[in-house]
Design a protein around this ligand. Structure first.
Ligand code: ADP
Length: 253
């Protein structure tokens, strides 16, 4: 399966009391992993929700594979900081639940089961398939949430601060897992994060969304995997990104 080609042109979003996105032109290649950084309130989540088809733009367009996005799509999966697992269902049933969402193609029982098994294997949770969500650590719950997305065999993954609530060691594991999953599945991935290091460790490209609702800067992270925070080039980029982030915040102040 190849990743989706995602594009926005002139994407503008106004809420009743404020403007958020102002003519964002963006495109990503199939299988690319793009991180979006920016000050709190810049509109990162709004951008993701608009690309997901959950929010309609005020003007401009979002396209997936050259088709305008008019609502949620079966091949685009979204995950949040809260894993949102249903506490009364086992891990495997939670993962299978992703296949019952609206607009999912009908699958036979056998193929549903196979997809759940493959997704659990991808995130190394096969051994916990019968567990209840209450038995999972934070990292395992987030892996189950990722498996729920993967069972849908998405061509695009939209992740909104998925590791924001995890401790540092678990977060580092999840970052490695994410890179592995994206490379293995080929899903085009947009990751909203407030963590510059996370963006540098996982992304092919980093966008900085400013408080003015536009992409104010962009970096290609041309460092092969596995990446480690002490790699000099990443350290240099970190300083550049931090300065750009500070500039974008002081302009808004
Ligand atoms: P970020 O993810 O960068 O922190 P958000 O996209 O969550 O930013 O929010 C951008 C701004 O839009 C914030 O000021 C937020 O309060 C406002 N906002 C977000 N969602 C809505 C909504 N549904 N209705 C009105 N305002 C909203």
């Amino acid at each position: 399966m190849t990743g989706a080609r995602i594009r926005t042109s002139g994407l503008t979003l106004r809420y009743p009391n404020r403007s958020v996105l102002q003519g964002v032109d963006f495109s990503m290649e199939p299988g690319e992993l793009v991180a979006i950084l920016g000050p709190s309130g810049a509109g990162k989540s709004s951008f993701l929700r608009t690309v997901a088809g959950l929010v309609r733009p005020s003007s401009g367009m979002v396209q997936v594979d050259d088709q305008p996005v008019a609502g949620p799509r079966a091949d685009v999966a979204l995950a949040f900081q809260d894993p949102c697992l249903l506490p009364w269902l086992s891990v495997e049933r939670n993962v299978a639940f992703g296949l019952t969402f609206a607009r999912q193609p009908h699958l036979s029982r056998a193929s549903r089961k196979e997809r759940v098994t493959l997704a659990l294997r991808e995130v190394a949770l096969e051994h916990s398939r019968t567990w209840a969500p209450s038995q999972l650590s934070g990292g395992m719950a987030q892996r189950a949430a990722l498996a729920r997305c993967l069972a849908r065999q998405p061509r695009a993954l939209l992740l909104d601060e998925p590791f924001g609530a995890l401790d540092e060691v678990t977060r580092a594991d999840m970052q490695q897992l994410l890179v592995k999953v994206v490379r293995h599945t080929g899903a085009s991935t947009l990751l909203v994060t407030h963590d510059i290091d996370e963006a540098l460790l996982v992304a092919d490209r980093i966008l900085l969304l400013g408080n003015n609702g536009t992409v104010v800067d962009e970096w290609t992270v041309d460092v092969p995997a596995p990446r480690a925070p002490h790699i000099q080039k990443l350290g240099e980029m970190r300083i550049q990104i931090l300065r750009a982030l500070q500039n974008s915040m002081s302009r808004a102040a």
